[in-house]
Design a protein around this ligand. Structure first.
Ligand SMILES: [Zn+2]
Length: 64
């Protein structure tokens, strides 16, 4: 049990591998940016989970 606790201490969430934006080189702090290696300003893909998605209700295609 103590050993597990030490492992937790070794993994400092504030000192994880640093990731920088592939385009502008800014350091990425949020999870989505780190995964994509693109900052929010440089990422062409819409983000999920930030409340600013551009989802459009799509009508079912007639005839199907
Ligand atoms: Zn960038």
């Amino acid at each position: 049990m103590d050993r597990r606790r030490q492992n937790t201490l070794l993994i400092d969430p504030g000192a994880r591998a640093r990731v920088w934006c592939k385009r502008c080189g800014a350091e990425l702090k949020d999870t989505v940016s780190r995964q994509r290696q693109l900052g929010a300003e440089c990422d062409p893909e819409p983000r999920t989970g930030d409340g600013s998605r551009h989802d459009v209700d799509q009508d079912p295609i007639p005839g199907l």
